[in-house]
Design a protein around this ligand. Structure first.
Ligand code: ASP
Length: 597
């Protein structure tokens, strides 16, 4: 291979095949950098040694495919290239065959400046020849293999579940596949193997996993892929902790495959605490938590500042960012997303000047050093009515609005000033670089304001907390789910739950979701029936493989770690899918296309 030869090979004969990465023509001598996925070797063609080969080498252009036979030679000290592992040798060509030619390329794999992304995706096969992409795809392979190995030795079977199936309950739109033999009927591509993996537990395969493609037709959001890969698993009789242990095990193996050590077990946090301390259910623990500073202000101060005295007053501390200039304060405003009347005080200096006593208390309580940035998020005097179905929750909707606004701002500030605080820079200390976390005890239901009903926060097969079963009918707002998310540096890597394994409870949950028996039966009848034949308690989880590889590759988009990704508009620019199809194909399927108004 082109990355293999070393000085110890000097004098040996070698055969290399690959692409012309670069050709330098010095007249009598031509140098060719020959590349394959393992690296680059310098080939030397000397007119004095072999005029016929030299003539052929003159015809070579970028990305021609070439076979060379030659003798390995150590390079002279002054021509050694320290940047590549083969840099101390070269291959002196004795025979050269052009295996194929190439048209002039839209961009070169060796270009140091990247082509724009549209070009990269249109000519994905050329983009994939680049070192960085070769690295990412190899990493993906190694990570997936490490996960498979780990799970297989922990007693899990990888079992395939169908792609042509019926709608699954993950809450996105389905991709549909029309049936020709039963016109007017459709398969759905799975949003996840959820029901099949639960059925596998009913079938006695007590530990299942699958590295599996899932399909979700969601509206374009930055960096979503309509088809993506999950590490999906399910087991019988587990407590949540047992599922977590398995996940920590395969993540350790995956990170090791990428050269990183991580620390287990991961810390755990209640959903309510995550919201109160970080304003999100996927906190980035590399940044300081919020500080609740309402009690630092006298009631009169709060009134003067038009701050709602019944709602949290949150101080966000961003280390080492320093005082902001007037312009920087203006720049913060667009970062702030006000939910339910939350307000931001981006000028803490002014508060300190006007209310020195409160200002000093806030600084102290938040543990803010002189060069830390403090920003306050508060409720406005008008906000905060809680006559809402979720009004009795520990964190009420009005409080949630403040926390959530502060949570978004906390991360946005850290990202904006990342160059000043250095928190996101890799330190080499796994505990600082990879902040994993289990978030648990999510609310079972969320209130859908538009539909005016409760919806499943995870999916309708998630088990309620044992202690909250009695509240299913009387008080759905207060029911907690046996659901958990695994979070890394503020990104959700996956979610899962202990499932409902009893028909009666499943029925109660459907009822709480305002789903009629008929509706439930028509959507999930086969599954509800299966539940009645001796279903063992079971639970599982699914993690996004693409996201994990993206983080390990240090890439900033999922598209960098998926060989053939789609754009944000769900298009494949290389094969130009989706496309219209021939009228005959549609006729056969009994499908007519109606223009959308
Ligand atoms: N099926 C769920 C999902 O895809 C994960 C799980 O509950 O195992 O998000």
């Amino acid at each position: 291979m082109c990355g293999a030869l070393r000085p110890s090979d000097a004098g040996k004969k070698a055969v290399l095949m690959g692409w012309v990465n670069r050709r330098r023509d010095l007249g009598n001598i031509i140098f060719i950098d020959l590349r394959d996925r393992t690296g680059v070797t310098q080939i030397v063609v000397n007119i004095e040694l072999n005029a016929a080969i030299h003539e052929k080498a003159e015809q070579l252009r970028n990305e021609y495919v070439v076979a060379v036979i030659g003798t390995v030679k150590k390079r002279d000290a002054d021509t050694i290239n320290k940047n590549i592992p083969t840099g101390e040798v070269e291959l002196v060509a004795e025979e050269l065959r052009i295996l194929n030619v190439s048209k002039p390329l839209p961009f070169l794999p060796s270009d140091t400046v990247l082509a724009n992304e549209e070009m990269r995706l249109k000519y994905r096969y050329l983009d994939l020849r680049r070192d960085a992409m070769q690295f990412n795809i190899e990493l993906r392979h190694k990570v997936a293999l490490a996960i498979r190995d780990y799970l297989s030795s922990a007693g899990f079977f990888e079992i395939e579940t169908p792609f042509m199936t019926r709608s699954t309950p993950e809450g996105a739109r389905d991709y549909l596949v029309p049936s020709r033999v039963q016109p007017g009927t459709f398969y759905a591509l799975p949003q996840s193997p959820q029901l099949f993996k639960q059925i596998l537990m009913i079938s006695g395969f007590d530990k299942y996993f699958q590295i599996v493609r899932c399909f979700r037709d969601e509206d374009l959001r930055a960096d979503r892929q309509p088809e993506f890969t999950q590490i999906d698993l399910e087991m019988s009789y587990p407590q949540p902790e047992r599922v977590w242990e398995v996940v920590e095990g395969f993540l350790t193996a995956a990170f090791k495959a990428a050269g990183h050590e991580i620390k287990t077990p991961f810390p755990r946090m209640d959903y309510d605490d995550a919201i109160r301390q970080y304003g999100v259910d996927k906190p980035d623990l590399r940044l300081p938590a919020f500080t609740e500073v309402r009690d630092c202000f006298a009631p009169a101060d709060l009134e003067q500042l038009a701050i709602n005295k019944d709602l949290p007053v949150i101080a966000i501390r961003t280390p080492k960012v320093g005082e902001l200039s007037r312009k920087e304060r203006d720049d913060i405003k667009p970062l702030f997303v006000s939910k339910g009347g939350a307000r931001v005080f981006e000028d803490f200096k002014r508060i300190e000047n006007k209310f020195p006593e409160a200002g000093a208390k806030v600084r102290q309580k938040a543990g803010a050093a002189a060069d830390d940035l403090l920003v306050l998020v508060v409720g406005s005097a008008q906000s905060g009515r809680d006559d809402h179905p979720a009004g009795k929750r520990k964190v009420t909707p009005a409080e949630l609005a403040i926390y959530a606004s502060a949570g978004i701002l906390r991360v946005a500030l850290a990202q904006k000033y990342a160059d000043r605080h250095g928190i996101f820079k890799k330190s080499g200390d796994p505990e600082k670089d990879f902040c994993f976390l289990w978030v648990t005890n999510f609310p079972m239901f969320e209130y859908d304001e538009n539909e005016r009903r409760w919806v499943a926060a995870h999916h309708p097969f998630t088990s309620p907390h044992d202690e909250d079963m009695d509240k299913l009918e009387t008080d759905p707002a207060m029911v907690r789910a046996l659901a958990y998310d695994v979070v890394l540096n503020g990104t959700e890597l996956g979610s899962g739950s202990i499932r409902i394994h009893r028909q009666d409870i499943q029925r109660q949950v459907f009822k709480a979701l305002a789903m009629t028996e008929e509706e439930a039966r028509s959507r999930f009848g086969f599954f509800l029936e299966a539940l009645e034949y001796g279903t063992p308690p079971h639970g599982g989880i699914a993690l996004g493989l693409d996201r994990i590889v993206m983080i390990l590759a240090g890439a900033d988009s999922l598209r960098e770690v998926i060989p053939f990704p789609k754009t944000a508009a769900a298009k494949d620019l290389m094969c130009e899918a989706p496309t219209p199809v021939a009228a005959g194909q549609l006729r056969e399927l009994g499908i007519g296309v109606v223009a959308k108004k």
